[in-house]
Ligand binder design. Sequence first.
Ligand code: 5GP
Length: 181
Amino acid sequence: MSKPSIITLHDLSFKPLIPEEEVRKRVLELGEVLSAELKGKRPLFISILSGAFVFAADLIRAFDGDCEVSFVKLASYAGTSSTGEVRTVLGLDKQIEGRHLVVVEDIVDTGQTLHHFLEEILKHKPASITTVGFLRKPEAVAFPVKVDIIGFDIDDKFVVGYGLDYNGLGRNLRGIYVLAD
Ligand code: 5GP
């Protein structure tokens, strides 16, 4: 069945940017990199909710070895732009001292969310932190943040799909879609 190329969510139209097959292939590659880097270390994956839940679900299954998963909820977005303020809505439920952490972010835009979260978890003395962003908008990174592993660099445009939403819709799209001009 052919899929419509333009989709509408609420009042906005989006066009395909990264097809499902490319997403899947890249996640497997990222899993291989992490598996090699963290071999035998039983990492704790920390998925930043809500957007990263789809990516995290695929990434842990691409990880070859024992691992644990935890979730935190941070929010800085309303609609299609950042509010400039990061709120922790749901905190960590696991001990992270001495653990090898993999922080999983859906998209690094200004870098504020990741920067804020890394500051928090560093206080708890983890053994190591590997940061993974499925997407990154290189032009938009305003905060000094280290993203160790990147899925795709994209232009500074609003995207949805693969966990990312526009006011609640679009998270279930299997590929990435970008706001149509
Ligand atoms: P940052 O704090 O890096 O500016 O923003 C990170 C968060 O903003 C992401 O985790 C994501 O929830 C949201 N975000 C940033 N860019 C986009 C985008 O293009 N689309 C969507 N749906 N969310 C975005």
